[in-house]
Design a protein around this ligand. Structure first.
Ligand SMILES: Nc1nc2c(ncn2[C@@H]2O[C@H](COP(=O)(O)OP(=O)(O)OP(=O)(O)O)[C@@H](O)[C@H]2O)c(=O)[nH]1
Ligand SMILES: [Mg+2]
Length: 391
């Protein structure tokens, strides 16, 4: 029988001045934790930023005894930079199947590692050790300010990203399958500090990861000092807002262009009437001016990143297509008014008032049909954003 090859799980441990913790951490992982995991090859990757206290010397001593430890040295740029460096190394040089983000200061309980892996084995791509689901906790003696800040920060991100199914956005302990990590642009992270964690979570979701939260008790640091800098909270807010903007940017621009197009239409139409154009012509001039204006702004602004993508046509072909699809929206509205008048009659009664059906029906038609239809057509057929690489 052929022995099935075990997939490699790399526990990444960033270290900066952790000489009091690092030796004991290796012993606990090697002697107590890894023997429990029989179906994966377990490896430790230390990312040490040339700690002045000699942390790396202790790691090198341990490497003589344990062959499943690697050490990646670097210069100190921040926690996020150290993790990104290590994640790339794990994927490119170590053929990692999954990576675990793990602190060296025993705030993450080593006994949670087998639990994270068990969830991956059930089919999850991204497993979060969560302090804010039932059974999870933060240290008792955290001050009220820290408790509130942690909660508020997470809540803010959940609202901005509309992700209410994740309870701990700033959790540190994570397992990520590298098939997902490979889809994330680690070369252009918004933060080199702690906030990288939020970006990986956000982007893993976008990459289609199956996400699971398991409860963990976040422990108190036993020895050594915290390296987290209080100003990082502001950077985290910036990262949350930037990622939210990326999610919504195109649709907000599209709606702004559509709204201004409506004003352009009215101005061109009424201007033509003032210049004594026949009314039917004035309506046509207004509509076409709005179409041209919408096309221009969508081209140079909403879809500015989609100009030269593979398979997309030149600007004149796009303009002709845009005109045709705009006619499609007119047809939808005409049909909607016609059907509504057949069903409800020419006038409808609303809150005691009699209102023209043709006006009332346009609101739901535009909001529910025309706007989503145009948005899909522009993305799929005119500017073809599906060819674009993620940022
Ligand atoms: N390589 C590297 N490791 C770092 C850096 N900053 C922190 N670390 C390590 O990352 C882990 C977490 O850092 P901590 O300072 O404990 O941060 P924290 O756990 O969020 O904050 P506390 O709850 O106050 O301890 C520890 O193993 C640190 O040694 C850094 O700039 N570079
Ligand atoms: Mg810590």
């Amino acid at each position: 029988m052929v022995k099935e090859e075990k997939t490699k799980v790399v526990v990444i441990i960033p270290t900066y001045n952790e000489k009091e913790n690092v030796g004991r951490m290796v012993d606990v992982l090697e002697d107590e934790i890894f023997p429990q995991i029989t179906n994966h090859e377990m490896v430790i990757l230390f990312a040490d930023d040339t700690s002045p206290d000699g942390t790396a010397d202790i790691i090198k001593e341990k490497m003589k005894k344990f062959k499943n430890i690697e050490l990646l040295m670097g210069k100190k740029e921040g926690l996020g930079a150290a993790y990104v460096r290590a994640m790339k190394h794990a994927m490119n040089e170590m053929d990692a199947y999954a990576v675990i983000e793990f602190d060296c200061d025993f705030q993450h309980n080593p006994h949670d590692i087998p639990r994270l892996i068990a969830e991956m084995d059930k089919g999850y791509d991204y497993v979060i050790g969560s302090r804010y689901v039932k059974g999870g906790s933060v240290p008792e003696n955290w001050g009220l300010d820290r408790k509130i800040l942690s909660r508020f920060g997470g809540m803010f991100a959940r609202i901005m990203w509309l992700k209410f199914d994740i309870h701990d956005i700033t959790a540190g302990l994570k397992l990520t399958r590298t098939s997902i990590l490979k889809k994330i642009d680690l070369d252009h992270m918004l933060s080199k500090q702690f906030a990288y964690k939020m970006q990986i979570l956000h982007d893993a979701y976008k990459a289609g990861a199956k996400v699971k939260e398991i409860p963990v008790n976040f422990l108190e640091r036993e020895v050594g000092v915290s390296k987290i800098n209080k100003t990082e909270q502001f950077e985290s807010l910036y990262v949350v807002c930037m990622l939210a903007w990326r999610d919504w940017e195109r649709i907000i621009k599209f709606l702004v262009v559509g709204g201004t197009g409506f004003i352009v239409q009215l101005v061109a139409q009424e201007g033509s009437v003032a210049l004594h154009a026949p009314h039917a012509w004035a309506v046509g001039i207004g509509a076409e001016t709005a179409i041209l204006s919408n096309f221009l702004w969508n081209h140079v602004w909403t879809f500015s990143d989609a100009q030269h993508t593979e398979g997309s046509s030149n600007v004149f072909v796009k303009l002709v297509k845009f005109n045709f699809t705009s006619i499609g929206a007119v047809v939808v509205q005409v049909v909607a008014v016609w059907i509504a008048e057949q069903v409800f009659g020419v006038q409808m009664h609303l809150l005691g008032y009699s209102v023209a059906t043709r006006i009332l029906i346009l609101f739901p038609t535009i909001i529910l049909v025309v706007i989503p239809m145009n948005y899909i057509i522009y993305n799929k057929f005119i500017w073809k954003t599906q060819h674009l690489k993620k940022k």
